[in-house]
Design a protein around this ligand. Sequence first.
Ligand code: ZN
Length: 61
Amino acid sequence: MPTGTCPECDADVHVDLDTDKGEIVSCEECGTDLEVVGLDPVELDIVEEESLDEDEDEDEY
Ligand SMILES: [Zn+2]
């Protein structure tokens, strides 16, 4: 089973073989939600759930 590294706590995070990019996995050590951004090798990014005002009022181009 492939593993990635949690960017939050550096723990090994197991990723299912059928996991696709963009799916969310949780770190077993710290509970952080992590988005799968790469599969070979597995890369994980922290999901920022607290950015509530994202995608709002962004039309200032
Ligand atoms: Zn972690």
